[in-house]
Design a binder for this molecule. Structure first.
Ligand SMILES: *Cc1c(COP(=O)(O)O)cnc(C)c1O
Length: 374
């Protein structure tokens, strides 16, 4: 059950009530095209991560612009996307527990579904569920490529799991999943590149090992917005799964490019529209967007198009702005656009995305997989 639509189509953005999640369609569409073009030029498949937007409408736009399917992170997220018309889904996460595995088995009857594994018991559970529902689940082995996250060490341990998947009833071996989340946000270009070089070699050796035992990897998937170009051009990865590129956030904007300048591959398209709810103080003001309206776990939002204002602190329903000396006075009720700090968890706070073009509301999209944590 969604909340009331926050805006009507055709009104000016100035008349949208706050806080509201805004999607600026022009930069969004340019981001969409840029990634699709890069994937097609590099000869890799594009499977964007839908955990970023949790919105079937956006997933459909990604498919229309050339993506082969989408990724998601949760069983219930996959169900919501399938209900929204998405028919090719990879869950880039280990699914644990019989209840969820049975839901996977059922969903695999409706859509092309793939999931990942790093444990023999899990392979057995996936297999039981697929057999029960008479479906086929594609299973990729998750290769640990840095960081303390789930996954199996490259080489022999991957081979052992791949052999087990290939032999399990109801399952087919889909290839390898290798995603390094930490590498995406390494600020320095050279260090980010070095992290990528380290893991791509491991993957390459593992693919060769599997081939030498008669197990071809039809898919090697991974990558995020921060390293997407390298996996795309690696000759090892066959598929990339970036998520944040469609929206950008201030955390990604803190990455640096090769020349040490601010990284500008993609444009900001996602904002939280907020209103000034307290002003007239010498050095601070309050807006109506706190932690229930904007996520601050890794980075603060930034006030867009207005100098001298920095978002520095948040309580549940209030956001604190530092006001620099000589900043033009704020007015009570003045609307400010906040470029979001971390796009994925911010989107998850909203039922609706207000889509604007040239300052006019063009559409209001439901965030259909919002809150699907199961
Ligand atoms: C989050 C995630 C992505 C996308 O990462 P971005 O940094 O948002 O582009 C890709 N793959 C996996 C497995 C992820 O968890």
């Amino acid at each position: 059950m969604l909340s009331r639509r926050p805006a009507e189509v055709g009104i000016s953005v100035a008349d949208v009530d706050t806080p509201a999640l805004l999607l600026d369609l022009e930069p969004f569409e340019r981001n969409l095209r840029k990634m699709a073009d890069l994937a097609s030029r590099s000869g890799v498949r594009l499977r964007p991560h839908a955990k970023t937007h949790k919105c079937a409408m956006i997933a459909l736009k990604q498919l229309q612009s050339g993506a082969v399917g989408v990724c998601c992170q949760k069983t219930s997220e996959a169900e919501a996307l399938a209900e929204g018309g998405i028919t090719n889904i990879l869950i880039t996460n280990q699914i644990v527990g019989e209840l969820k595995c049975r839901r996977l088995g059922a969903l695999a009857r409706q859509v092309q579904l793939a999931v990942i594994t790093d444990h023999l018991d899990q392979i057995a559970a996936y297999s039981r569920a697929a057999e029960e529902f008479g479906s086929t689940l594609s299973v990729l082995v998750d290769v640990r490529v840095g960081g303390q996250r789930a996954g199996t060490d490259a080489g022999e341990p991957v081979l052992a799991l791949a052999e087990r998947v290939a032999a399990a009833p109801g399952l087919r071996f889909g290839g390898l999943q290798a995603y390094n989340g930490t590498a995406q946000h390494i600020r320095d270009w050279g260090e980010r590149r070095a992290a990528y070089c380290k893991y791509v070699d491991k993957i390459s050796e593992t693919v060769e090992l599997l081939a030498s035992r008669g197990i071809p990897c039809e898919t090697v998937t991974g990558s995020g917005t921060g390293t997407h170009k390298w996996e795309a051009e690696s000759g090892i990865y066959t598929e990339i799964q970036p998520g944040s590129y469609i929206f950008m956030d201030t955390d990604y904007a803190a990455n640096l490019d090769e020349a040490g300048a601010g990284w500008q591959d993609f444009e900001f398209s996602l904002y939280v529209l907020s209103s000034v709810m307290h002003c007239g103080e010498k050095d601070y003001a309050l807006v109506d967007a706190g932690t229930k309206a904007v996520n601050i776990d890794v980075a603060m939002p930034a006030v867009s198009g207005r100098h001298g204002l920095s978002y520095v602190h948040a309580a549940d329903e209030h956001g604190w702005l530092d006001v620099a000396p000589q900043t033009p006075d704020l007015k009570l009720g003045e609307k400010l656009r906040l470029a979001v700090g971390h796009c994925d968890p911010t989107v998850n706070l909203y039922d609706w995305m207000v889509c604007i073009r040239n300052g006019i509301v063009e559409a209001v999209w439901p965030i259909t997989a919002r809150g699907t944590v199961l």
